[in-house]
Write a protein that binds this ligand. Structure first.
Ligand code: HEC
Ligand code: HEC
Length: 261
């Protein structure tokens, strides 16, 4: 494990307990969870019919801000991944994966252990609906050869080695594709390196067939490094949503189990 990953783990373990308590308390305060409430405060004016569910959720999700940044739009440096604007199907699946061990992260597993699937779905929907600006592009520091290697993989893949273009699944602009392909641009390079490494050594697994495990294992270490740094340094114009499912009319180049649950 890299030093960055270790220090992340330290921070994560430190705040996880506090955060878990905050979320658990908020779950109990969820509207509808305390049916006796109206009788207990009869003079209170009735809540407006269009109760601001999103605001309530935003408030509860303050617990995630410590690590994932304001409204879940982490920066492109450090380790914590952006979660804002990723497809709900993807986010839901990851929350489940941390809980059931397909992905390993002590803080995330701890936070989610007592939350129901319905609540995880609500959390996923909340972050998926956020449409927030991406961090600006920054220099990637790659040599021209490394840059060409990264761009070729992203846009064309390496068909002779069975690697489809990343865009074939992650969307024409790499902003994701519904229902469950995440956007990759502006994620921190260390996070991307960590995820591709985790797939290569079996620590991260997606629902079968795990197409991403196949892709990650087919890449060389040099390719993983170049593509991670390139993806991290790009940006996207504001208002960029994931591609709709089947936008190009092209089927996926490989079967993927993600998003089928
Ligand atoms: C203590 C720090 C911490 C807190 C608090 C935290 N997370 Fe995380 N989260 C992480 C780390 C670290 C990762 C990446 C783990 C890995 O390497 O796989 C992560 C990953 C995720 C992912 C997967 C992202 C992706 O692109 O695959 C989701 C979704 C997520 N967190 C949601 C949440 C939500 C929702 C909350 C609040 C309820 C939350 N997290 C609170 C540290 C945290
Ligand atoms: C055949 C489809 C497919 C192709 C091609 C593909 N991916 Fe993926 N990728 C996926 C799926 C599906 C997921 C979500 C897996 C899950 O549910 O955990 C994913 C997730 C990822 C993630 C994790 C993102 C996060 O937020 O944690 C990274 C990193 C990634 N892909 C990198 C790449 C790169 C780099 C390429 C091109 C070299 C690529 N992928 C090509 C299907 C694909």
């Amino acid at each position: 494990m890299s030093r960055a990953a270790l220090s992340v783990l330290g921070v994560a373990l430190g705040v996880a307990l506090v955060v878990a308590l905050a979320i658990a308390a908020d779950v109990r305060a969820e509207p509808g969870a305390t049916p006796a409430q109206p009788a207990a405060v009869p003079m209170q004016p009735a809540a407006p019919a269009s109760a601001p569910v999103a605001d309530t959720m935003a408030q509860r999700m303050q617990a995630c801000v410590v690590c994932h940044g304001p409204e879940g739009r982490a920066t492109n440096t450090g380790y914590f991944p952006r979660i804002a604007g990723k497809p709900a199907g993807y986010l839901y699946e990851q929350l489940q994966n941390f809980r059931n061990g397909r992905r390993r992260n002590a803080a995330m597993a701890h936070l989610l252990q007592h939350l129901s699937d319905d609540y995880l779905r609500e959390i996923a929907r909340h972050f998926a609906t956020l449409d927030l600006p991406y961090p600006p592009a920054r220099p990637h520091g790659l040599t021209p050869e490394q840059q060409a290697l990264a761009e070729t993989l992203v846009r064309q893949g390496a068909p002779e080695r069975g690697i489809p273009a990343c865009t074939a699944c992650h969307g024409s602009r790499m902003a994701g594709r519904l229902p469950a392909m995440p956007g990759l641009l502006t994620l921190p390079a260390d996070y991307l390196l960590g995820q591709l490494g985790a797939w290569r050594n079996g620590v991260r697994r997606a629902a079968e067939p795990d197409c991403m495990a196949h892709v990650a294992r087919a890449l060389t270490p040099e390719e993983v490094a170049a593509v991670s740094r390139w993806l991290s340094a790009q940006t996207l114009p504001g208002g960029t949503a994931p591609d709709p499912a089947g936008a190009t009319g092209e089927p996926l180049p490989m079967a993927c189990g993600s998003g089928l649950r």
